[in-house]
Design a protein around this ligand. Structure first.
Ligand SMILES: *Cc1c(COP(=O)(O)O)cnc(C)c1O
Length: 379
């Protein structure tokens, strides 16, 4: 079977029967004409299905090793659709340091509707087991966590879930299928914000749900169509273009992130660095067991008495002060004040994020330039 690098380039792309273009055409149409009553060419209406979207779905499903995929307008749209597999009264276990937007959706949209959530430190497997109730329906896993790069044991959590017939879903946005394959550990669903590494060029928002079996696929496709959250053909085309270089980008992100992390770890104005590729990361065994690489995200605690946040951000040339991540250009931000602000102070503190925490999405620029830039700004 073809390797991942080959699949990123070839899977799902040959759809032009008319002129044999080597890239997938965009089909910007809302509707498709029937040849006769009940007879069409496989598509009837773009919310329900579109050939450009199908090409991207095939590609991502193959990369993750699932049976199928639905791509959605945003990552949050994908997560919303997954949540509609459940209903008020159902209980969901998840981490206390998940993506801020996911926390907001769970806590302030679905909880008021009657869904129940336990936000736990899921590194503590005992506390997960203790939290399981008769109405627990889903364990939502995000690993590595955002922004502190804590690692959750996908295999162990899946084992707890399977014993009680609970579904598992992994948000695989941070590592992408190039560095982590959650289906190898028996999970039921994988979710992505394709806005990040899968597309990789900061020029589109999108999401994906990848299914491990036909039953979940059938319900998932029904939900994505019924809720109306599928991705536009134009955006699908962009993501399909971006994903072709996933492997090469992930390698560069990782090489640069490791170099930057090692540099920061030695810097006197940096108190602590969070990066799975550093020996100082406390979860070495788990990292070896479940990850094929460390990715391009890191965070650090800045000594803000010596270097105020604003000074750091203002002096940087190559790191834009911005939320989001996973694009070719380096981004930097303060989660307390930006990406994770919607969590509220109490939840922020509980998760270990401080006012000095800085998150970096390391891009694919030259690593020496990045280090020079940081060195200068940290003076
Ligand atoms: C960005 C992100 C999301 C949300 O995706 P959008 O495309 O912004 O809606 C979900 N999970 C993680 C880990 C993310 O980084």
């Amino acid at each position: 079977m073809a390797k991942l690098r080959t699949k990123t380039v070839h899977t799902g792309v040959y759809k032009d029967k008319a002129y044999n273009s080597v890239t997938t055409p965009i089909y910007p149409t809302s509707t498709f004409a029937f040849e006769a009553l009940g007879k069409n060419k496989g598509y009837d209406y773009t919310r329900s299905g579109n050939p450009t979207r199908s090409a991207l779905e095939e590609n991502i499903a193959e990369l993750e090793g699932g049976v199928a995929c639905s791509v959605t307008a945003t990552g949050m749209a994908a997560i919303t659709a997954v949540l509609f597999n459940f209903k008020p009264g159902d209980h969901i276990i998840t981490g206390d340091d998940i993506y801020g937007g996911t926390y907001r959706l769970f806590k302030y949209v679905f909880e008021p509707l009657g869904y129940q959530f336990s936000f736990l430190n899921m590194r503590d497997l005992k506390s997960v087991e203790k939290a399981v109730k008769s109405n627990t329906k889903l364990i939502w896993i995000e690993t590595p966590s955002n922004p502190l790069l804590n690692i959750l044991d996908i295999g162990a959590l899946t084992k707890i879930a399977k014993k009680k017939n609970i579904l598992t879903a992994v948000d695989n946005t941070f590592l992408s299928p190039y560095f982590q394959k959650p289906f190898d550990f028996g999970v039921d669903l994988v979710v992505h914000s394709t806005t990040k590494y899968i597309n990789g060029h900061s020029d589109v928002v999108g999401g994906a749900i990848i299914y491990s079996n036909k039953k979940l696929e059938e319900r998932g496709r029904y939900l994505v169509n019924a809720l109306g959250v599928s991705e536009s053909p134009f955006d699908c085309w962009l993501v399909l273009r971006g994903v072709k270089t996933l492997a090469q980008r992930m390698e560069s992100h990782q090489e640069n992130a490791l170099a930057v992390a090692q540099f920061l770890e030695k810097h006197k104005n940096v108190k602590k660095v969070y990066y799975p590729g550093l020996k100082s990361h406390p979860q070495q065994d788990l990292i070896k067991k479940q990850m094929k690489g460390f990715g391009g995200m890191l965070a650090f605690e800045l000594d803000t008495k010596k270097v105020p946040l604003d000074n750091l951000f203002k002096k940087l040339k190559y790191f834009s002060l911005a939320e989001s991540l996973g694009g070719v250009e380096s981004l930097i931000e303060a989660p307390w004040f930006m990406s994770h602000a919607s969590m509220g102070e109490k939840a922020l503190e509980a998760s270990g994020i401080t006012k000095e925490t800085v998150r970096v999405s390391v891009g694919i620029e030259d690593k020496e330039d990045l280090i020079d830039d940081l060195g200068n700004a940290l003076k």
